[in-house]
Design a protein around this ligand. Structure first.
Ligand code: NAP
Length: 369
């Protein structure tokens, strides 16, 4: 094998022009990485934003979520074997040799999950829509990893939630945007790993689904009095708040809905600083913005170079290696929308996200040689 088929960022922003298919040299892993042969891929909002908002580089490999089969293992890596079924998340649209939408994908162990083959089917899902299920296909595995890594970093480090279920059992977390991919995972992790009660917001049509994942109360974010509804329900018991939508409006709503609660920490996923919203200057809570790319331990260029702290890595690694594994087998993916196999589907997947046509689901597609 001497080459690698990839989806390349074109640097163009017109409809259907974000990506093109190309080939590049076969990737070389370091002693700390593994290589997988890609089987399925999932699209994330960051994939189109990296191009359109110029967070990434044209000529780099697109894609942040992939699943596949391990083909090479760096000599320092423990816990993986050739032939393992895995999924991984990484920063796409940023590098010419490392990206998700590739025939061969370089993976970092701290953002890679290994699956139990006895409960996993390697058969492809046909084109179409599928309800949320446990992670038992390559499509489902691709669909969950970036969200899981993000939520793990947010809850363990940004929000600083202690994994003490007994003392959390009467506390609420507010998850704004329960139907986002991040929200769907956050509801389950907040409940199962941390033992919190969950309040979330989403369109009414998703309320039953989110309750089935563990949400205790669901509110329609389109209701004009949604903030008052949440405050009345919560009765001053919201200790943590995560805004997975992360506009200035939703971050403000998230903050406002916690009025009267002893909220210890607020987090968002789009780098919004506290100053972006109106807050009580006396409020001593922690305000943060989670950056999932830091989870693999590497510094990231985000306008300025951001370095992961040791505390961030300790919190995240405790989540990833100790807290998460017992719950992985019960975790549900978002609903899946499976597109035609082949890298040609990357453009369609990214456009669906850019046009806001993705609702409580993940858009996925398979490799086709
Ligand atoms: N910083 C990081 O490390 C990081 C990591 C992951 C994601 N992100 C960012 O986080 C955001 C979410 O990503 P994602 O992939 O999880 O999203 P997604 O699945 O694409 O989100 C789609 C969902 O957003 C919900 N939504 C839209 N507006 C809403 C509002 N005002 N209130 C509540 N829900 C609303 C919709 O819910 P309904 O269907 O109910 O209308 C829809 O189902 C994106 O901006 C992404 O770029 C950042």
């Amino acid at each position: 094998m001497s080459s690698n088929k990839i989806v390349l960022s074109t640097g163009l922003t017109g409809k259907g022009e974000l990506t093109t298919i190309s080939t590049t040299v076969f990737p070389q892993i370091t002693d700390n990485q593994i290589l997988l042969r890609g089987v399925a891929y999932a699209a994330n909002p960051t994939d189109w934003k990296h191009t359109v908002l110029q967070w990434g580089y044209s000529g780099s490999i697109v894609g942040s979520d992939a699943s596949g089969i391990v083909t090479q293992i760096g000599k320092n890596v423990k816990g993986f074997e050739i032939g393992d079924y895995v999924s991984t998340t990484l920063r796409g649209n940023y590098s010419i040799d490392k990206g998700g939408f590739a025939e061969y994908v370089i993976a970092d162990p701290p953002t890679t999950i290994k699956y139990d083959k006895s409960t996993f089917s390697s058969e492809p899902l046909p084109v179409g829509s599928f309800p949320a299920s446990i992670i038992n296909t390559f499509e489902g595995a691709a669909a969950i990893t970036l969200s899981l890594s993000t939520v793990g970093l947010s809850l363990s480090h940004s929000l600083k939630i202690k994994p003490t279920k007994e003392s959390n059992s009467s506390k609420y977390i507010l998850i704004w945007g329960g139907a986002t991919s991040a929200g769907i995972v956050a509801i389950q992790i907040a409940k199962s790993v941390y033992g919190l009660k969950v309040i979330t917001t989403a369109s009414k049509k998703h309320h039953e689904f989110l309750k089935s994942l563990g949400a205790d109360a669901t509110f329609d974010y389109r209701d004009s009095n949604v903030i008052d509804q949440i405050k009345v329900f919560a009765q001053g018991k919201i200790y943590y708040a995560l805004d997975t939508v992360s506009t200035i409006e939703t971050y403000q709503q998230t903050y406002d809905a916690t009025a009267g609660s002893p909220t210890e920490s607020y987090d968002n996923l789009l780098f919004l600083p506290r100053e972006a919203i109106k807050t009580d200057p006396e409020n001593k809570a922690r305000f943060s913005g989670t950056i999932v790319y830091l989870a693999n331990g590497e510094p990231q260029e985000l306008g300025t170079v951001v370095y992961p702290t040791q505390e961030l890595l300790d919190d995240y690694n405790q989540f990833w290696y100790e807290l998460l594994p017992p719950f992985l087998k019960d975790l549900k993916t978002p609903n899946l929308r499976v597109l035609k196999p082949g890298f040609e589907s990357a453009n369609e997947a990214l456009e669906l996200l850019r046009e806001d046509k993705v609702s409580a689901e993940k858009v996925v597609f398979r490799y086709q040689s």
